[in-house]
Ligand binder design. Structure first.
Ligand code: FAD
Length: 343
């Protein structure tokens, strides 16, 4: 019987790929219009602009191996960014020479590559789950999924959930009523989740009339309202003639302005660019995105919930392993291996 994977970000795609390689049929569901999740580039005219993950690094052997595949396949490029940092009011070259990688032509490309031909339902928000005890005699039963239109999918033998924790809590809360078999287990799992482990981030892309006069391609901003700046047109495989700077606001500033209008964030982003590079800029186009669940809250730790053998339920996502694309991948592979070992 088939395994259902909810979420087609890096964790879900890595899980689906691992299951497929092990010969298990898989179906993947995502509420978005395309796979990728927080690895997201938006097409704007002739170019892709990265609004979520900016790049990824590969530190572990399994992920380095995967990276080799992607490089050979041509879906990933190395971004040799000249990195700077802004600290104590000063812009200085950063000695950080870590190799950085980006999807080609967009951040979604390596996710799409992992998904391959796996059946994928997009625009499909799973809003309810139902579990029916599998009958040993008939093998009937298993997991049923319901989308926003109450369409039913399933049954599935096992399910892997790769949603951010707040969305995961909402979904799991639909599963059992008090007194039903399984309620106590799920209630226990819900208690383990740290909803605040992922903090918000406002992203603003500014297209400028003139290039900023700087050697920097990217800046780690250590103080003030923003956390990161990147010259999008310095990324290989992002064909754009115009100068585009992406601004990520810090978690503190993003929380403070969570319900602000995008135009207010755009004005603030322009002011930040001018302050950091000490030159005035003229903006011709703006793209904004508010990520509600973006990057890890360093003040919290999250233990991975145990695999639930009776229900055949596993949870994956970057937030279980400290954030970042690489950890999303590793957690997806780990969740798939739990299922593979069990079925
Ligand atoms: C602004 C920003 C900057 C970042 N910068 C970096 C960086 O430079 N380097 C780095 O390594 N990492 C970075 N990250 C983190 C990186 O993007 C994540 O670690 C990684 O993409 C997480 O993958 P995931 O599969 O765990 O989660 P996600 O990508 O969030 O995937 C979860 C998926 O579940 C789907 N979903 C949610 N609810 C439902 C539902 N009810 N039904 C169906 N589908 C649902 C979502 O649509 C989504 O596609 C950044 C993230 C953000 C937002």
């Amino acid at each position: 019987m088939t395994v259902a994977v909810i979420g087609a970000g890096m964790a879900g795609a890595a899980a689906a790929n691992t299951l497929t390689m092990a010969g298990l049929p898989v179906e993947v569901f995502d509420k978005g219009r395309s796979p990728g999740g927080r690895m997201s580039s938006k097409r704007s005219g002739d170019r892709y602009l990265d609004l979520g993950a900016q790049y990824f690094t590969a530190r572990s052997a399994p992920f380095q191996q995967q990276l080799e595949h992607w490089l050979a396949e041509g879906v990933v490029n190395c971004w040799q960014a000249k990195c700077y940092k802004f600290e104590f009011g000063q812009l200085a070259s950063s000695e950080d020479l870590t190799p950085r990688f980006i999807g080609k032509p967009s951040m979604q490309a390596p996710v799409r590559s992992l998904l391959g031909n796996t059946p994928l339902r997009l625009n499909c928000r799973i809003s309810r789950l139902r579990y029916q005890q599998i009958s040993p005699a008939t093998t009937a039963g298993g997991w049923y999924l319901f989308d926003q239109h109450n369409s039913q999918f399933g049954p599935y033998q096992a399910v892997i959930l790769t949603l951010p924790p707040v969305q995961l809590q909402t979904l799991l809360a639909t599963l059992f009523q008090p007194g039903e078999s399984g309620y106590a287990d799920i209630h226990q799992l819900l208690l383990q989740l740290q909803p605040q482990i992922l903090l918000p981030c406002w992203a603003v892309n500014l297209q400028l009339t003139e290039p900023i006069q700087t050697r920097a391609d990217a800046v780690f901003v250590k103080e003030g309202n923003v956390s990161w700046l990147a010259r999008q047109n310095s990324k290989p495989g992002r064909p754009t003639a115009a100068e585009n700077w992406l601004v990520h606001f810090s978690p503190q500033c993003s929380v403070l302005h969570l319900h602000a209008r995008p135009s207010e964030l755009a004005a603030l982003a322009k002011a930040e660019l001018e302050m950091i590079f000490e030159q005035s800029v003229s903006v011709t186009d703006v793209l904004t995105h508010r990520w509600l669940y973006a990057q890890i809250n360093p003040a919290l730790t999250q233990r991975k919930p145990d695999y639930h053998q009776r229900l055949k339920l596993s949870v994956a996502g970057d937030w279980l392993m400290g954030g970042r694309v690489e950890n999303a991948y590793l957690s997806g592979v780990a969740a798939a291996n739990e299922v593979i070992a069990d079925v």
